[in-house]
Ligand binder design. Structure first.
Ligand SMILES: [Cu+2]
Length: 294
């Protein structure tokens, strides 16, 4: 009797905890409401099955408890019960898996107007690269990483010269424009994760993984690493700021290109000083504005 009561209390407590708990997802700031919906369907199905199984167990513990003189009936096969259980389990598992397949299909089909943004993870910081006025990212190789070329952009590739390099600093994105996040790591496994964007993906040294999303709210969002990547893993934070188009263009105008960063230092030239708005920076911003608004 006591065991049956404990089982019922476990079900009631779990459901109440789920419904009344103050811990829930951060408010969504991307187009991936599908992912939330899929998780909610999973909660409903697994919650229903959990409650049904534990309550049935409580019923059996109570109903078939030991009583003097009672004997158990031995029933090795019951075709009707087995087919019924097989059908219910198959429907449940299908309902768990199918919504995820639809979402996954959308997740890996990147819209043609998405702008490339490269994210580079390394122990223990985030860097970013955006295409310049040609709209293309240059090729890169981890073997080309040096102190002056932290992302390993291949210097002989003309597409890379105008790439905007944001080393260990905040990434800005324009609101409402789809972006394809190209993910690289130059040392160990990392995982670029902004909870409000819902989407995330592992970063694997030697390959480029990707996901896409459209930021739907302006604001400042924290980047976390969702892959245990060494001693500094808990400190591997970054910032993504989703800006209005105007603020984004202003920020972009202040960034340095790969060519500018790898040029010999020209002391006394205000145009080349980091953080200053350069003429070519403004051109890139104007070009990206047209790319983004297509
Ligand atoms: Cu990491």
């Amino acid at each position: 009797m006591a065991v049956a009561l404990v089982l019922v209390l476990i079900v009631v407590g779990s459901v109440l905890f789920h419904l009344l708990s103050p811990w829930w997802w951060t408010p969504i700031a991307s187009n991936w409401a599908y992912i939330d919906n899929t998780i909610i369907i999973t909660f409903w199905i697994t919650g229903f099955v959990f409650a049904a199984v534990v309550l049935f167990m409580a019923y059996c513990v109570f109903r078939f408890r030991h009583r003097e003189g009672n004997r158990a009936a031995y029933e090795p096969e019951n075709k009707r019960l087995e087919s019924w259980l097989t059908i219910v389990t198959a429907v449940g598992v299908t309902a768990l898996l199918v919504p995820g397949l639809f979402v996954w299909s959308r997740f890996v089909h990147v819209p043609s107007d998405a702008t490339d943004v490269e994210v580079v993870g390394q122990q223990w910081q985030w860097s970013f690269r955006l295409p310049g006025k040609d709209g293309k990212l240059g090729t890169s190789d981890t073997r080309d990483v040096t102190a002056d070329n932290p992302l390993g952009v291949i210097a002989s590739d003309p597409n890379g010269q105008d790439d905007v390099v944001v080393e260990a600093a905040d990434l800005h994105l324009p609101v409402g424009k789809p972006v394809k996040m190209l993910l690289r790591s130059i040392d160990v496994l990392h995982d670029f994760y902004v909870p409000e964007f819902r989407a995330k993906m592992d970063m694997i040294p030697g390959s480029v993984t990707y996901f896409w999303f459209t930021p739907t709210k302006t604001g400042t969002f924290q980047v976390l690493c969702a892959e245990l990547c060494g001693q500094g893993h808990p400190l591997m934070h970054g910032v993504v700021m989703v800006d209005t188009q105007q603020d984004y263009v202003a920020w972009l105008g202040q960034q340095q290109t790969f060519a500018q960063l790898s040029a010999p230092q020209q002391t006394g030239s205000a145009d080349q000083a980091p953080g200053k708005t350069t003429a070519s920076g403004l051109k890139i911003a104007a070009r990206l504005e047209t790319v983004g608004s297509r």
